[in-house]
Design a protein around this ligand. Structure first.
Ligand code: KG4
Ligand code: ZN
Length: 333
């Protein structure tokens, strides 16, 4: 039996969850709306807001789970990757909290946790499976052999898929984070209205920087001729961009599945909340005989439930860290 409190503070969400013997009993997420004024996450502001949020969010998570801090068996935290200052708030709090309660500390890799979010609910994937992890900072195809035996077999050489969504949104004058808004407009548009170039990258790797520039020039050229081009065609532009990104993502995932002979396929990370990606993956399930795993919406974008889930598996192995642990902006598996 174990009751674990987990803290996530790698970017712009302050989140705390409680996991009671492998079951998530609370998951509180405080979003930082302040960044909307700047069109992207401002690291210094993120740290300050984490500092303001962390104590009330912890209180709420304990109250929702109906546990007292004295009941905790371990405290877990996101060690990286992420914004150093933002991570530092969670790491420092976790260290002091664990020391005061005299319980072990568990460090969690944020990207592994996105994947382990698949073990929160049924159906759970069987090992080995492939996971396309797509977020604001990462785009990876991961071969998952066991809970902590993961290998990145393909990844972006430059921008992440989430960045492609967010930067496109910025070009279209939509507020940050633009991914969910592109998704919303895409539902009303024609995905084949405009065609964008598919990056020609070897192996299982991705590239989104040229794609992003192509969109920038496409919009700039059209606006030159028709100043109202964006407002008059917003739904079609969003649908076409989303369709292209989804095709790029799934093209390499299909290649990876063939290469490794694996049909258990999962998606994870903020972009896995995208309705176009979710629908296209479901379609591939039928076409290719895959068994696909798509997390519930609340476990796609950043949350502490996934950190708590990863911590649960580490607790079983007694995989703890000392008080000298420090946050890592980059953190390999
Ligand atoms: O995993 P996440 O919450 O944070 C990071 O670890 O980066 O991912 C955030 C990213 C952002 O780029 C956001 O625009 C994107 O996920 N995102 C979406 C959707 N919801 C979130 N992108 C496309 N469609 C969505 N529905
Ligand atoms: Zn994330």
């Amino acid at each position: 039996m174990s009751i674990i409190l987990a803290i996530e503070s790698s970017c712009d969400e302050t989140s705390v969850a409680v996991c009671n013997n492998g079951k998530i009993t609370s998951n509180v997420i405080a979003n930082q709306t302040i960044h909307q004024n700047y069109g992207g996450v401002i690291p210094e502001l993120a740290s300050r807001v984490h500092q303001q949020n962390i104590v009330p969010v912890i209180h709420q998570a304990l109250a929702d789970a109906e546990v007292d801090k004295k009941d905790l068996d371990a405290v877990a935290f996101t060690q990286g990757p992420g914004l150093l200052g933002a991570l530092l708030v969670g790491v420092s709090f976790a260290k002091s909290f664990a020391m005061a309660l005299d319980v072990p500390l568990i460090s969690v890799n944020h990207m592994q946790a996105h994947i382990l979010a698949h073990f929160i609910d049924e159906p759970k994937p069987s090992f080995p499976f492939l996971c396309l992890t797509v977020s604001g900072g990462h785009t990876q195809i991961v071969l998952v052999r066991d809970y902590f035996d993961m290998e990145i077999v393909g990844e972006t050489l430059d921008d992440a898929a989430g960045e492609a969504f967010d930067k496109t949104a910025k070009i279209l004058n939509l507020p940050y984070p633009g991914g969910p808004l592109i998704d919303k407009h895409a539902k009303l548009g024609n995905p084949l209205a405009y065609k964008f170039p598919v990056p020609q990258i070897k192996n299982l790797d991705y590239s989104f920087s040229g794609f992003k520039t192509a969109i920038l020039y496409f919009i700039r050229d059209h606006v030159k001729e028709h100043p109202n081009f964006i407002t008059e065609n917003l739904d079609d532009i969003c649908a076409s961009v989303q369709h292209s990104i989804v095709q790029i993502l799934l093209g390499k995932l299909k290649k990876a599945a063939l290469q490794y002979g694996i049909k258990e396929i999962a998606i994870a990370g903020g972009v896995s909340a995208n309705s176009g990606l979710r629908a296209a993956l479901k379609q591939m399930e039928e076409e290719l005989g895959w068994k696909t795993y798509i997390p519930q919406f609340q476990y796609c974008t950043d949350n502490a439930a996934m950190i708590a889930m990863a911590a649960h598996f580490k607790y079983i192995k007694r995989d703890f860290v000392g008080q000298d642990v420090a946050p890592l902006s980059r953190m390999p598996f």
